[in-house]
Ligand binder design. Structure first.
Ligand SMILES: Nc1ncnc2c1ncn2[C@@H]1O[C@H](COP(=O)(O)OP(=O)(O)OP(=O)(O)O)[C@@H](O)[C@H]1O
Ligand SMILES: [Mg+2]
Length: 288
């Protein structure tokens, strides 16, 4: 592979970097499309609540019933505003840079967007948010990773189950850990070592809610987390469930303090995908 530019054309390496950036953008657009379809449905439910309580308020003449109807309308209106703010916040992605980021808030924003979907698939979500310092991160990208992990977890539990989202500090490793654990199908060892490969999927196509099946979700998660100088650890037991842990540095990296690593630059070459995991039922992007 030549890395030398001749005749003003981009080198192969530059072309790969450009394509990876385009892939990142395409993956984000897919995520937005999926979110819009989920939240439009939910928005419609909220509107129905507003319309129904407005009708009740008009029919009832006693002040107590009218007040109750107004309260319901206000609560539903607030929820509608939260939904649109959440989607817009995710879609805008104004900043491409890093800043001190409250990961607890990123968790709340992401769970709010998927609340309805989780209850539809009979999934209980448990939040375990410990006090952690702000992370030096691009909140929008971390949200993209988290949404990917949450949707994968939901898809691993077609009959429902439990998702635990845990934010904690690993003092020994100096990392802020964000874990998404599910009680789903788990991942067999021979599959586990391939899950971060672009286009690797075991899904036959998008599910009933239009999500999944391209095999790009985790490849993108890995690129984003590596651009944050972090890593992803996966522990899985077939039949019992899977835990993905994002390990982000708790301090702003000193090597290149003002800039994140470009997403494309950090990815290991395809051959590295063969690197073995640390144990049979765990992989860590740091060892790949
Ligand atoms: N929580 C999980 N439980 C079980 N298997 C999982 C889990 N997360 C990922 N996988 C496996 O890893 C594969 C790759 O996941 P990835 O998110 O990259 O792609 P995908 O979900 O198949 O498609 P998409 O690009 O739409 O996200 C999945 O097809 C699935 O086999
Ligand atoms: Mg996925």
């Amino acid at each position: 592979m030549s890395n030398v530019a001749c005749d003003g054309q981009p080198t192969l390496q530059q072309q790969v970097a450009i394509l990876k950036q385009q892939l990142a953008q395409a993956q984000k657009l897919t995520a937005i499309g999926e979110l819009v379809s989920t939240t439009t449905h939910e928005f419609n439910n909220v509107l129905m609540t507003i319309i129904n309580y407005a009708k009740i308020g008009l029919r009832q003449t006693d002040p107590a019933s009218r007040e109750k109807a107004f309260e319901k309308i206000l609560a539903a209106g607030n929820r509608a505003a939260k939904i649109t703010t959440g989607v817009l916040g995710f879609a805008r992605n104004r900043s491409s840079g890093f800043e001190p980021t409250d990961l607890g808030r990123v968790v709340d924003d992401s769970l709010m967007l998927l609340e309805k979907e989780m209850s539809k698939y009979r999934i209980r979500v448990e939040r375990q948010i410990e006090p952690v310092p702000t992370a030096w991160a691009n909140g929008n990208q971390i949200q993209q990773v988290l949404l990917n992990l949450l949707i994968n977890a939901r898809q691993a539990m077609p009959k429902g189950g439990l998702i635990v989202v845990r934010l904690s500090l690993d003092a020994a490793a100096d990392t802020i850990d964000l874990m998404v654990r599910d009680s789903g199908s788990g991942i067999p060892p021979e599959t586990l070592r391939k899950i971060f490969d672009p286009f690797f999927t075991t899904k036959s196509g998008p599910d009933a809610s239009g999500k999944g099946g391209t095999g790009l979700g985790l490849a993108m998660c890995r690129d984003i987390i590596e651009s944050h100088h972090g890593r992803i650890r996966v522990d899985s037991t077939p039949g019992r469930g899977t835990a993905f842990t994002l390990k982000l540095p708790s301090k702003r990296p000193t090597a290149n303090p003002s800039q994140p690593l470009p997403i494309a630059q950090q990815s290991p070459p395809a051959a590295a995908a063969e690197a073995r995991s640390t144990s049979l039922n765990a992989v860590d992007t740091a060892t790949r």
